[in-house]
Design a binder for this molecule. Structure first.
Ligand SMILES: NC(=O)C1=CN([C@@H]2O[C@H](COP(=O)(O)OP(=O)(O)OC[C@H]3O[C@@H](n4cnc5c(N)ncnc54)[C@H](O)[C@@H]3O)[C@@H](O)[C@H]2O)C=CC1
Ligand SMILES: O=C(CO)COP(=O)(O)O
Length: 359
């Protein structure tokens, strides 16, 4: 059994998942509260306890590493699940019997969940929107928790670890969840904005990863900044178009979690998604890149899901479709760019209710 935080302390909070971002979120939370940082592997917990570091990042003294999920869920009312989307439903399913309606869950995962309806391989299936869920929808599916929130914004874990000023968005339909996120996360170097459009904010974080892979590709081909400006603006229209299909409001994409995170991720070599595109453009295979990346690049899986979904829904998503061919059908990056340059639609920006015309 792991040690508990003393009852004399103020109410502890928990981060579930000790990857790069989970660790960064735990360090932010620890400025204001005692924090449990849950890792599933006992040896990782032991290493964190003895070195007081994780993956080269110093752990705040108020962080208690643990792999006792039951204890964490009993001790904390507010939990921050921050695991990759591929493990998210499993984790939530595991804690579901321990959760009560008084819990608050604010996740930081920038990926989608897809539930297949048969054993046919993913590649051969048609998928519909009802099979694709954001992480807040997974929490609502699997648990009795109602007060759900999402954390998204330009939050590269490497830069957070360096203590540079930054900000995030806490999104939830419930004002009390937003206020809880602000109370727990805000400090002198970290600003927190609220947004009621949780689906919109989740989709900003999810979809910008696609554009970040494309941006890494353009940088890797050495095609200059005009082409990147073109990609970022057309990419934003594509994100808004797909977002609208999910029920997101267009305004979400104009804020910190939308354009803010898009700029950060599309221009930073710290971004794993940017790095995937960059290395592909320089001639490496996707398999080789993924084999030697220790951290998750969610965009790779997101492209697969979004391409399938837009195809079956008849939505236009030219950047996603062409990137899919580069990643999974060995199309050279320069051919994808040629195709996009000949794309026939040429409306710049239309009114929000007519966004589909501009993609
Ligand atoms: N790293 C970053 O700069 C940012 C990452 N994110 C998002 O946060 C999520 C997590 O990313 P990272 O922490 O960077 O990933 P990572 O690849 O650094 O680490 C993932 C961690 O999750 C753990 N994990 C996976 N499945 C689990 C499960 N079922 N139960 C418990 N632990 C599990 C792994 O053991 C690993 O420690 C992703 O969706 C990512 O897009 C969001 C903002 C910034
Ligand atoms: O979402 C991020 C920064 O806000 C992190 O992006 P990557 O997952 O591409 O590293």
């Amino acid at each position: 059994m792991d040690s508990k935080i003393s009852n004399n302390d103020i109410q502890p909070v928990a981060v579930l998942g000790a990857g790069s971002f989970g660790t960064a979120v735990a360090n932010l939370l620890a400025v204001n509260s005692p924090v449990y940082l849950y890792a599933r592997k006992p040896e990782v917990v032991e290493e964190m306890k003895s070195s007081r570091e994780h993956n080269g990042v110093r752990l705040h003294e108020r962080i208690t590493p643990t792999n006792d999920l039951q204890m964490v869920v009993e001790q904390c009312t507010t939990l921050f699940p921050v695991v990759p989307s591929s493990g998210f439903r499993d984790l939530i399913h595991k804690i579901a019997p321990m959760l009560h309606p008084y819990h608050v869950l604010i996740h930081g995962t920038k990926g989608l969940d897809v539930q297949l309806e048969s054993d046919i391989p993913f590649e051969e299936q048609r998928i519909t929107k009802k099979q694709v869920k954001t992480m807040s929808e997974v929490i609502r599916d699997e648990t009795v928790v109602v007060r759900v929130g999402a954390l998204a914004g330009p939050n590269l874990a490497t830069e957070l670890a360096q203590g540079y000023p930054a900000a995030t968005v806490v999104a939830s339909p419930f004002n009390e969840v937003i206020q809880e996120g602000i109370r727990l996360l805000k400090n002198d170097k970290f600003q927190v904005y609220g947004n009621r459009d949780i689906i919109g904010i989740e989709l900003c974080g999810v979809l910008k990863n696609i554009i970040a892979i494309a941006s890494g590709g353009i940088a890797g081909m050495g095609m200059g900044e005009n082409s990147r400006g073109l990609l970022v603006s057309r990419g934003m229209m594509e994100m808004m178009h797909i977002g609208k299909f999910f029920g997101a409001e267009p305004e979400a994409f104009m804020g910190l979690a939308g354009i803010g995170d898009m700029v950060t991720t599309c221009y930073s070599t710290y971004s794993r998604n940017f790095t995937v595109g960059n290395r592909l453009a320089k001639g490496e295979s996707l398999q080789d890149i993924l084999n030697d990346m220790e951290e998750v690049a969610e965009g790779v899986n997101t492209i697969k899901i979004v391409k399938k979904l837009t195809e079956s829904a008849g939505l236009r998503a030219p950047i996603t479709e062409n990137l899919y061919r580069v990643l999974f059908e060995n199309q050279p990056v320069n051919e994808a760019i040629d195709t996009l340059m000949k794309y026939p639609f040429n409306i710049d920006v239309s009114m929000p209710d007519r966004i589909s015309e501009a993609t």
